[in-house]
Ligand binder design. Sequence first.
Ligand SMILES: [Zn+2]
Length: 474
Amino acid sequence: MSLDFDRKDCFVVDGKLALPYTYFAGRMGSKFITTLRDEKKIMGVKCPVCNKVYVPPRQTCEIDMTDIRENWVELRNTGEVTNFTVIRYDDKHLPRKAPFILALVKLDGADSPFAHILEGIVPEEVTLGMRVEAVFAKATTSTILDIDHFEPARVSKVQVSEPAPRAQEHAAVPKSKEELDQDERRKAMSKKIIITAALAGAATMKNQNPAVPYSPQEFADDAYKCWKAGAAMVHVHAREDSGMATHDHGRIKDTHDAIREKCPDLIVNMSSAVGMGKTAEQRISQIIHVKPEMASLNTNTMNFSLVDRKSGKVFIDFVFENTFTMLQDFGKAMEEAGVKPEMELYDMGGLDNWALIAKQGFFTRPFNFNFVWGVAGGQAFRPDAFMTMKHALPEGANFTTCGVGTDQFPAITMSSLAGGHMRVGLEDNIRIPTGELAKGSYEQVEWAVKIAQIAGREVATPDEARAIMGLRKR
Ligand SMILES: [Zn+2]
């Protein structure tokens, strides 16, 4: 029996079909989602030709059509808002009840933004460029909502007050010294702060702190933790498996490359001191061989010894040789190789030495200096000496600071207040400020981030550090 559709007694039943279905998220989408779910890592892909980083990942670079599917990079959980809208209607497929903010977030290190929910702020206060960080969901849904939402980053932008209109009207009146100082302080405070982690140095051994890296893999793992904690740069002295500092080109390149492979975003700064008893040739040739983005350049010949702080007893007596010729030859070789020198100042004399050689004109701006405190043979940290050194720097120069042992944290605190940058790491100090052994250089980076917050400084990403220091990304 069939229905007669011409008959008026046909009737229509409204109904719904439940149609569950599955689909393949794609090769790129699958890895993106599973890594997010299983490791709480946000992954992108980087084009090896034009260096563009895509998040979410894709197979082909839109600029040059390069196949980029194998070139995975991990992104930080922080980024900035590039645009946003407010969803003001409710719909059951939407992830939140209206109203909620949908923002385009460009993660640090990525070049493409993606849309996600922004919470913890009212729409009126959202600004373009504001810093945000991902908050991961407590339970997984195997979707992009494993990032539950973004919220304003804990380290917020520095609040530098605008000059009042009345002050502008009187702009013709010369500023007092106090006002100029205030301007200078504001300018300094508004700069981002770069955190460097000196992972090992030449002398810190595992028997002092087992977290000191020796192998390329250990360096890479350590660098990764520091990068996650907020470091923009690592400073590296490569080691043999025995822990001895090495000038071997292969080992140094392996160490450098292992770090670059694990954290392509991070800046690697290598030592041109290497370790005790290395020749000038051994010290500079490895830099030119590996060509890191930055390398240390030491500015004076000095005692560099191991002296017991309590008893004054000399354990190891050593003269660190850095003649004028070495300063000149190392500096020239670095500049010619596109390796930005970081001038190490152990005292004011080092700055004067550098200024003499700089008259030859081969050092390129911006100049980057590092004040080193507490070396037995250099000078101990003193706030007055710090400011004297700062004021003696050439116009527009950048400065960072590090300190040996208990000088480390006071010196970096001073630098964060004075508009400089910070270096921590097991090379300089094996402990955290509580006196306990650091679990790794990354734990000191975490402290440095807190200090930056207290000082009202925002932590620089590696690319921001490159812009500040004038580095060429590799
Ligand atoms: Zn490309």
